[in-house]
Design a protein around this ligand. Structure first.
Ligand SMILES: [Zn+2]
Length: 266
């Protein structure tokens, strides 16, 4: 038995286990007899995710699939290795496919900056490296959430074009990816203003929009925050930060969405 300290998970809603990883969150979600992993952390997180899977997922020791909210490296970094080790698919929203199949890079500020400073061949290599390979299977958000029949898929474009969130109406549990964050961050949606940097340093819970340099379309991102607030979540579990749960979650998200809507971001 390993002497390493076991990874800590917290059940933030019935059958929804939050796994805080280095720099990002992953969630194990139970449905019926099976499990799904939602998002897969940075590269190098595979071992800790696999260890948790062995503990949670019963006889098979693995989930049925790896579901992703979007294709950023901090959400898919360990997905390919885990998919191979578990022999399961990586299920990706259809709108994310060009950015994870080696076709294109995200239309985000970081990529625009890289295109200015890197030679064309280096950019072409980045495009090729974005290909997650044959384990990826696209799904249509309108068709529901593969493997999670109690859940709905909520298109939340803006941070990335095909970004989705996952929502379970029966107990209003929301897994929001990076459409909204439960931590201070530098974002055009709510990240500025007095104290955000200090809150970030202290890792103080605070709602924020998605990170500025990684976000593709601010008008869509603002509309997605408003759409998520309308779900009135009891649990708000995001890609970064500690999940919010309880009667304060929806009012906090509602107040944040009102500020975002009033700011008329474009
Ligand atoms: Zn992201």
């Amino acid at each position: 038995m390993s002497a390493r300290k076991s990874a800590r998970t917290v059940e933030v809603a019935r059958g929804v286990h939050w796994l805080p990883l280095r720099g990002a969150n992953a969630y194990f979600v139970h449905s019926g007899e099976s499990w799904v992993l939602i998002d897969a952390g940075f590269p190098g997180c595979g071992r800790i995710i696999a260890e948790v899977a062995e503990r949670l997922c019963g006889a098979t020791g693995r989930p049925e699939s790896i579901l992703i909210t979007h294709g950023h490296l901090d959400h898919v970094g360990s997905a390919v290795g885990l998919a191979a080790a578990w022999n399961v698919p990586i299920l990706a929203p259809m709108g994310e496919m060009p950015f994870i199949d080696g076709t294109a890079l995200y239309p985000e500020p970081l990529v625009a900056w890289l295109a200015r400073v890197l030679p064309r061949r280096a950019m072409e290599a980045l495009v090729r490296d974005s290909d997650l390979g044959d384990a990826v299977r696209p799904f249509e958000p309108q068709a529901g959430v593969p493997g999670l029949p109690e859940w709905a898929c909520v298109p939340t474009p803006g941070h990335t074009p095909g970004h989705v969130a996952f929502f379970r109406p029966v107990d209003r549990t929301l897994i929001a990816g990076d459409a909204v964050l439960t931590m201070a961050w530098s974002s055009r949606l709510g990240g500025r203003g007095a104290g955000w940097l200090w809150d970030l340093v202290r890792r103080k819970p605070r709602l924020s929009g998605p990170p500025t340099i990684f976000t593709c379309n601010w008008r869509d991102a603002a509309a997605s925050v408003v759409a998520l607030a309308e779900l009135d979540p009891w649990v708000l579990a995001t890609g970064h930060g500690t999940p919010l749960a309880g009667r304060h979650a929806a009012p906090a998200l509602g107040a944040f969405a009102a500020r975002v809507a009033a700011a008329s971001v474009c």
